[in-house]
Design a protein around this ligand. Structure first.
Ligand code: EPU
Length: 343
């Protein structure tokens, strides 16, 4: 029987470890800095038959109850060039690297590829799980591979891009392999002489307003940061998890029916189907800026649910359910959370 590793704490309040700022107690909690620590902690959890959940930056999770298991915060750091030629380099980054700091590091170095993903909260190890994306770029466009540890055996495995089965805010780690692997490092392919082709309307408009016609990666990063800061709340000031729901994808038939009633409905192609901004649907139902106690809908972005201070997990979840219900009633569209609901 494994004795409890020193790194594991008991009865731990995790308010500081989730950006929604939900106060909840985890039966066990460990912050791991090395692979060895991770393996020890996994062995203990297997031995005790504890459920486990892995936290990166805690920016994509809502705790609706105390957690009766072991929460593991991945803090394994490190940045290393694996390979390079005249045009590209492969950068390996530890799962515990803060995503935005990694983006800033690459922008400083002049390495292009992830500048559109500036200021996304969370950790590098969490980025592949939901294939983070913003302003016309998704992680899979620069992703090469990742290393993970199988939770049930402690064995190391490399996943290629194909094996990760990336989709819109989706990967194999949210589906078939949910909870089975913990990501320890990620390899990205970055450009040494970045070609920049911003295509996302909000971004091209903002660059045009600033009179920038040939943006550098620093211009892109700065502009994305300005846009995000202007409409997304800073989690260190107001608790939130970014977009709470995914943008729903509906059939063309359903879209054409809706468009007759709402000619101004924003929409984007998504393969054979149509993607509708959840923010617009929620906004149309009148939720933007609404507040119930300390739980509310952000006044600048209807897709962001916020905790103004002491909202509980169930209060936030209750608000989310009411939003889902009203969007279903008005538009016949089911919204699915983008965040993980735990408890
Ligand atoms: N809109 C409204 N009301 C609002 C906000 C937006 O009607 O309060 C409408 C507007 O018509 C706007 C459209 O919704 O044109 C789309 O809004 P926006 O460009 O802000 O993007 P989004 O679809 O709401 C997605 C991502 C964000 C990402 C932005 C920018 C999802 C679920 N969300 O939001 O990602 O930053 O695009 O690329 O795909 C996140 O995942 O946490 C996140 C913030």
């Amino acid at each position: 029987m494994n004795t409890k590793p020193e790194v594991i704490r008991e009865g731990f309040n995790i308010a500081a470890y989730n950006t929604m700022g939900i106060s909840a107690t985890s039966r066990f909690f460990a912050e791991v800095d090395t692979l060895e620590e991770l393996k020890e902690v996994l062995a203990f959890a297997r031995d005790q038959h504890l459920p486990m959940y892995f936290l990166g930056g805690g920016s994509n999770v809502l705790f609706v109850d105390d957690y009766d298991g072991l929460l593991i915060r991945m803090n394994i750091k490190g940045k290393e060039i694996q390979n390079e030629n005249d045009d590209h380099l492969l950068l390996k980054a530890g799962a515990g690297e803060n995503w935005h700091e990694l983006v800033m590091y690459c922008v400083e170095k002049g390495w292009g590829g992830i500048e559109n993903l500036s200021l996304i909260p969370g950790s590098t190890g969490a980025a592949p799980i939901q294939n983070i994306g913003a302003y016309g770029v998704e992680l899979d466009q620069v992703f090469v591979s990742l290393e993970a540890i199988e939770v049930s055996t402690g064995e190391r495995r490399t996943f290629s891009k194909e094996e990760c089965r990336f989709g819109y805010r989706d990967s194999i780690f949210k589906n078939e392999l949910k909870g089975e692997y913990v990501i320890c490092s990620v390899v990205l392919r970055l450009q040494k002489h970045p070609e920049i082709t911003p295509s996302y309307k909000a971004l091209t408009n903002a660059l045009a307003e600033k009179g920038i016609s040939k943006p550098t990666i620093r211009d892109i990063s700065n502009t994305v940061i300005e846009i995000r800061e202007s409409k997304l709340p800073d989690p260190s000031k107001i608790g939130n998890t970014g977009s709470f729901f995914k943008n729903p994808v509906i059939s063309k038939d359903q879209f054409h029916t809706l468009q007759k009633e709402y000619p101004e409905i924003p929409h984007y192609p998504a393969g054979d189907e149509i993607k509708i901004p959840a923010a617009w649907l929620i906004d149309q139902c009148g939720w933007k800026g609404k507040r119930f106690g300390d739980a509310g809908v952000h006044k600048m972005q209807a897709l962001v649910i916020v905790n103004y201070g002491n909202a509980t997990g169930p209060e936030i979840w209750d608000l989310a359910n009411k939003i889902q219900h009203s969007v279903q009633q008005k538009f016949g569209i089911a919204l699915t959370p983008e965040v993980n609901i735990i408890g």
